[in-house]
Design a protein around this ligand. Sequence first.
Ligand SMILES: *[C@@H]1O[C@H](CO)[C@@H](O)[C@H](O)[C@H]1NC(C)=O
Ligand SMILES: *[C@@H]1O[C@H](CO)[C@@H](O)[C@H](O)[C@H]1NC(C)=O
Ligand SMILES: *[C@@H]1O[C@H](CO)[C@@H](O)[C@H](O)[C@H]1NC(C)=O
Length: 301
Amino acid sequence: MDVSSTMLFNNSIFFKFLILSTLVCLSLCSLKETDCNCKVNSGGDNLKIVNGTQYVTNKYPWLVSLQVERSNGKYVHTCGGSLINEQWIVTAAHCGYMNLTRLSVSVGAHNITNSGKHYKVAQFIKHPGYTTTPIVRNDIALIQLAEPIDRFNKEAKPACLTSRNIYFTSNELFVAGWGVTDEKEHKSTEVPLEVRMDHVNYLRCSLSWIGLLSYQSHICAQASQSSPCFGDSGGPLMVVNGPGTMYLVGVVSFGSSCAGSSPTVFTRVTSYLDWIDQTTKSYCRIDNQDVNSLPRSEIEA
Ligand SMILES: *[C@@H]1O[C@H](CO)[C@@H](O)[C@H](O)[C@H]1NC(C)=O
Ligand SMILES: *[C@@H]1O[C@H](CO)[C@@H](O)[C@H](O)[C@H]1NC(C)=O
Ligand SMILES: *[C@@H]1O[C@H](CO)[C@@H](O)[C@H](O)[C@H]1NC(C)=O
């Protein structure tokens, strides 16, 4: 056990004593509690089924597409991200693109070829601890849009974050994104797909990645036959907390290959809340409930 995991464990004990949900709202905050309902869109007659994956139009209203302008003026999807308030996106640091004027964020998109509103980027702030050696760590970044989005609606709502260091059940995790469905083809999908994944115990995952992971920085998950792939980077790993309610707990970071044998590694968002707080000033933060109400410590495992 390292120092950081001890700290996180102590934090989670502390938050057991919080009774009401806390919405972090500093002076600049314009988020209302009703903006923070953490609900995915469900039902309707617009259910898509692609290769066994069911996907409702705009199911994850916080899911955004990062796109880069090519020389022909066309925008190409490169990474996913999550809207956390009207002007900020959480994504992966490795999604950083040199020329911000060529970067665009599509908010409220489903079919990326014909929906979503594009916003220019004012800032792309990589976490100061972001590194790629000896392994990718602190792979998280915040994007400030050049202007706030018009309004929250069914298609565009902020993700909820939680300070609880989540104790996952085995199969309540979802990843969504426009990443490639075929590793060889390198073509993004037009509508996002979702993958249900099993949480992988930190110690087991650490062995797969020859001891290079850090508990503070990484969360692991795995699914049989499918996994996030190129283009899913930066997108959300979400944990289910009751019907239709999901919290953002991870950012797609890296894997051995698409659907490779090692678990996929995500950036552990709970470890970066202070930084997110300081940088963005407001986000939806839910502290009250036991996520999956299974207080099993993977640190003790
Ligand atoms: C569904 O999966 C099969 C086998 O993996 C693949 O050949 C096919 O192209 C996929 N279809 C779509 C629409 O992605
Ligand atoms: C960034 O992209 C813009 C628009 O394509 C271009 O005009 C500008 O020269 C680029 N800047 C750099 C530093 O490459
Ligand atoms: C996405 O939109 C384009 C353009 O309207 C359309 O041709 C394509 O069929 C759509 N794709 C899906 C999967 O709905």
